[in-house]
Design a binder for this molecule. Sequence first.
Ligand code: AMP
Length: 113
Amino acid sequence: MECIFCRIVKGQAPARIVYEDETVMAFEDLHPQAPVHLLVIPRRHLPSLSEATAEDEPLLGRLLAVAARLAQERQLAGRGYRTVINNGAGAGQSVFHLHVHLLGGRLFHWPPG
Ligand code: AMP
């Protein structure tokens, strides 16, 4: 079974897409953990952050820049928002296609669970 996020990129699986360009895409998380919960992903399949190489550095910057722009558009910056990358099953990664979670619209605690 092909990666679910690759299927979303190809338009083969449904998603509420909120942003896309030639390298990245953002859509609403299926099981939101906050009033705003978006996922920002590379179009290209990259399983996890730890598999990113030096060549991926512009892409990693782009993922965060898009997350920050989406947070700005949704007026999340004033109250604070959180960006999360779970890397590996032990850290809670369940979809092995790199993604940045953008969470906002509620208070967040530290340390995370
Ligand atoms: P992680 O556990 O960090 O790998 O995050 C994976 C996220 O993807 C979870 O928050 C899921 O709710 C979300 N997710 C899984 N499948 C879909 C899907 N088809 N559309 C949108 N979000 C999804």
